[in-house]
Design a binder for this molecule. Structure first.
Ligand code: ADP
Ligand code: MG
Length: 523
């Protein structure tokens, strides 16, 4: 399946900028197929699995086709549930960020209808809602769809399963004849075909077929981690497996940039690859990765395509890939030439359906993994040291070093003292970092966190690394204990263990960052 870049659709500047802000690098297969057709005014039926970017597949053309003037509802989107309606509204709001006239309103049951009525009276251009609530507004005369240009049925099969068929048909009948209808459905049972025949005009049926690829015999493990725990899970897995060459895949350019910063702030040797880099920069990064001076390469799928790097120790799916083929391409970079490879996939929140589809596609049940604790990492380090000692004892020059130790021994110094001293030298850094961290980890309970706010942000040119450095440094805690970092224009939020919040607030308050005196609060 060919995918294309968003600048090939001939979209408006406002739309391209919004997509750029979202960090999407290329269109997913369903977007590649749908966007041009919908822009041409065609009715379509799109069949693709969840998580493949269907919202933007209709959201982008709907916003592009919307007249700039006027107060009438232009696009009406039906979704099966309140959650989905809210998700769609959020994505469309981001896509319409630079089209100020593209006002939108989600409508669903459970929210006071009066509030929705007030908003509708002011005039909104996109209404996203459950069929039940949309019908309710039509009955009350509080929603006028007589001028709409497009109706979208998102997850149509799901809506039928939920018993919305009558409402959907009524809504479709009340909408003007001259409209465009876009339908998405994972399956095509008879009732869906009936609706299609009755209400869609010459629809083009788009079905995203999978390229059949062989999945390498790599150890594949998934980890259930919440978004803000991903960075911690990643660093622990890298430490635990002592990885010297890994690739980490993110779905967006911004994701790559954020990850690179967060890893750098934690002292890892990392760089990122994505479509915004010049050819020169790209070559430089790749060169360092090939030589092994760079241990971690973070990349988007686009940037990684066509790279002749295929013997990495591990591949991380930091974000679940957009489609199954991308997964196969990603993990194909490890476990080559008979070497043992590892593929780690982070699954969070809404990714479970994707995981199910993925396992069906690759016809392989992935192992569920547990993120190692600091204790596990220390244990592993000691074990590997024991192995090295055992091997060194067999070496020819072992005698020479044994003599050196013997020469040191006297009434006060035992060989155990010598060993302990050398251990301290060897582990000085990691023990310093891990010991207090481990203590804090225990004290902080099982992941209870709170959010603190700090009065600096993007406008102060503050980066995640600055915040991490300041907070960890001033409070004298390990940076590993700090979770998600969100930076707004003038304010930033950090997730910290509840048990340390007070200490952090006290330590950081009044200190300076980028010349600004810091105010810190728990929120
Ligand atoms: P679906 O409706 O097919 O289940 P969504 O529209 O909800 O999928 O999209 C799933 C996720 O993928 C969302 O987080 C969305 O922001 C993201 N996404 C959509 N299109 C792209 C793209 N072209 N590149 C990267 N991420 C994308
Ligand atoms: Mg969807």
């Amino acid at each position: 399946m060919n995918k294309i870049r968003f600048n090939e659709f001939g979209l408006s500047k406002e739309m391209q900028k919004a997509i750029e802000d979202l960090g999407y690098e290329e269109a997913t297969p369903i977007q590649t197929e749908s966007i041009p057709l919908v822009l041409q005014g065609k009715d379509i039926i799109g069949q693709a699995q969840t998580g493949t970017g269907k919202t933007a597949a209709f959201g982008i053309p709907a916003l592009e086709l919307m007249p700039h003037e006027g107060k009438h509802v232009h696009t009406l989107v039906m979704c099966p549930t309140r959650e989905l309606a809210l998700q769609v509204a959020e994505e469309i709001a981001k896509l319409g960020k630079y089209k100020k006239y593209a006002t939108l309103l989600p409508v669903y049951g459970g929210q006071p209808i009066e509030r929705q009525i007030t908003a509708l009276k002011k005039g909104v251009r996109v209404v996203i809602g459950t069929p039940g609530r949309i019908m309710d507004h039509l009955d009350r005369g509080t929603l006028d769809i007589s001028h709409i240009g497009m109706v979208v049925l998102d997850e149509a099969d799901e809506m039928l399963n939920m018993g919305f068929r009558d409402d959907i048909e009524k809504i479709l009948r009340s909408a003007p004849q001259q409209r465009q209808t876009v339908m998405f459905s994972a399956t095509m049972p008879k009732p869906i075909l009936d609706i299609t025949r009755k209400y869609l005009k010459d629809p083009v049926h788009i079905r995203i077929e999978h390229e059949v690829l062989t999945v390498p015999k790599t150890e594949q493990t998934y980890f259930e981690v919440r978004g803000r725990e991903k960075i911690d899970a990643l660093t622990r897995l890298i430490d635990f497996h002592n990885l010297k060459l890994s690739m980490v895949f993110c779905n967006t350019k911004r994701g790559v940039d954020d990850l690179v910063e967060q890893l750098r702030a934690r002292g890892y040797s990392v760089d990122g690859l994505h479509g915004d880099l010049s050819q020169g920069m790209r070559e430089k990064v790749l060169g360092r990765f090939r030589k092994g001076t760079l241990e971690i390469l973070a990349a988007t799928d686009v940037a990684a395509r066509g790279l002749d790097i295929d013997d990495v120790e591990a591949v991380f799916n930091y974000d679940m890939p957009q489609d199954e083929e991308a997964y196969v391409h990603r993990i194909g970079r490890t476990g080559r030439a008979g070497k043992e490879g590892k593929a780690f996939t982070f699954v969070s929140g809404g990714d479970f359906q994707k995981l199910k589809n993925l396992q069906r596609y690759i016809n392989h049940k992935m192992k569920m993994g547990k993120v190692p604790s600091f204790g596990d990492i220390e244990e592993m380090k000691i074990q590997s040291l024991a192995k090295n000692i055992r091997e060194a004892a067999k070496e020819k020059d072992a005698k020479k070093y044994i003599h050196m130790v013997e020469n040191l021994l006297d009434d006060d110094i035992t060989s155990l003292d010598v060993a302990a001293y050398l251990m301290r030298e060897k582990f000085a850094f990691s023990v310093k970092a891990a010991a207090p961290a481990q203590e804090e980890e225990i004290k902080s309970g099982d992941g209870n966190t709170v959010t603190i706010s700090i009065n600096v942000g993007r406008k102060d040119r503050v980066k995640p690394g600055d915040l991490l450095g300041t907070v960890a440094g001033e409070a004298n805690i390990s940076g590993k204990l700090i979770g998600d970092i969100t930076i707004q224009d003038r304010l930033s939020y950090l997730e910290v263990p509840s048990s340390l919040a007070e200490k952090i607030v006290r330590a950081v308050r009044g200190k300076k960052l980028k010349g600004k005196k810091l105010e810190v609060k728990t929120v």
